[in-house]
Design a protein around this ligand. Structure first.
Ligand SMILES: *Cc1c(COP(=O)(O)O)cnc(C)c1O
Length: 374
């Protein structure tokens, strides 16, 4: 049987043909396709101003500069995310202030945010793990009451909604990733939804070397920008993906429902929130009942791999990485994130999977876990 990876991009022949056209056109870096993609994204996000970049990490770096984050400032975020979330704050010279997660949603615990706010807090960076949105009503209310900016690390949330409104169509700054594994991909890439039009000029300078061009061909630089622009090769892929994103996410949702129907609930697995309203089902994640198993998570992953099934880990709690331990964080700081970080596994989920694939994964989980109970 074919190896089933935990994810795989869905790229059709029309996309590949258009990539060929861009390559043949002679204009392969940022150009007309980037402009078209930005306009299409802006429409998708209800008319909000949107700019694309070569990664969402870059988008968050630019967002932090855009809101004036400086050395000594604090940014509140979750320790249970891709390490980019913490790294961008450190790279800005600021301090990530982690708040433990709610073990049910696996997202930042909104009840604990206010206790973490200090006079140095400038922003909150929530993460929608697996595409399950943080409660935007409560989050934006906390931010407004304390005068904080919000940079949504909505890297995984393309097409997710909050109470009927699309993530990215409301709120402050929203960063979304188009990395190869995300629900919409441009190979690598991302976009930042800006708060309003007034932020566009500074954003564009920060995105590309601080350069401002005047209509007469003149050029000036007054801030140190970076190198974050997206290519037309990537943008044309994004234009195609955007046409299919709703269908991709509908298929993910149907497969997620099938997982809930077919997983053996007697094994002690920790299931994700059964949300079929807001989530884009970027990932389907379980926690393993390690205390009742004779095998480790690593062994489980190896056995599943040998059975032709790819299992991912997203993510170990980031404050326990060497870099963060060196900055003072330690085991015990965020017990919920640590426990989930130790136990979590990501099952295969991508639009071209079939219900039979889901059943094969569930059957193998059943066999492997029941054979290895203490
Ligand atoms: C993928 C991801 C990022 C980074 O996105 P890139 O486009 O790879 O830079 C940041 N945060 C989270 C939560 C992610 O999943």
């Amino acid at each position: 049987m074919d190896y089933l990876p935990f994810t795989r991009p869905t790229l059709d022949e029309a996309t590949i043909a258009d990539v060929g056209d861009v390559l043949r056109s002679g204009w392969i870096t940022s150009g007309p396709k980037v402009k078209q993609f930005e306009a299409a994204l802006s429409e998708y996000f209800g008319g909000r101003p949107v700019r694309v970049l070569n990664s969402a990490t870059g988008g968050m770096e630019v967002a932090l500069r855009l809101i004036g984050i400086q050395a000594g400032d604090e940014v509140i975020t979750t320790p249970l995310s891709w390490v980019a979330t913490g790294n961008v704050v450190l790279n800005a010279g600021a301090k990530p202030v982690f708040v433990d997660v709610d073990p049910h949603t696996r997202n930042i615990d909104l009840d604990r945010i206010e206790a973490a706010i200090t006079p140095r807090t400038k922003a909150i960076m929530p993460v929608d793990l697996a595409g399950l949105p943080v409660d935007r009503d409560r989050l934006n209310d906390i931010a407004a009451r304390h005068g904080l900016r919000v940079i949504e690390d909505a890297a995984q949330s393309m097409g997710s909604t909050w109470r009927g409104r699309r993530i990215g169509s409301f709120g402050d700054l929203i960063s979304i990733s188009f990395h190869a594994n995300k629900n919409l991909t441009t190979t690598e890439g991302g976009c930042l939804v800006l708060r309003d039009e007034s932020e566009i000029p500074l954003f564009e300078k920060l995105r590309l070397q601080g350069v401002v061009r005047s209509p007469d061909g003149g050029m000036d630089v007054d801030v140190t920008g970076g190198k974050y622009n997206m290519t037309d090769v990537a943008a044309v892929i994004g234009l195609h993906q955007l046409k299919h994103i709703e269908a991709f996410n509908a298929q993910r949702k149907a497969l997620a429902r099938h997982y809930f129907a077919k997983l053996d609930r007697t094994l002690g697995l920790g299931l994700p929130v059964e949300d079929f309203e807001n989530s884009n089902w970027h990932m389907f994640q379980l926690t393993l009942p390690l205390d009742s198993l004779r095998i480790s998570r690593g062994e489980f992953i190896q056995i599943m791999h040998a059975r032709g099934i790819g299992i991912g880990v997203h993510y170990p709690a980031m404050h326990l990485f060497t870099l963060y331990r060196g900055l003072g964080w330690k085991e015990g700081d965020y017990p919920h994130a640590e426990k989930i970080g130790r136990e979590t596994v990501t099952l295969p989920l991508f639009p071209r999977m079939s219900e039979a694939d889901v059943e094969r994964v569930c059957q193998n989980i059943h066999e492997v876990l029941s054979a290895n109970m203490r």
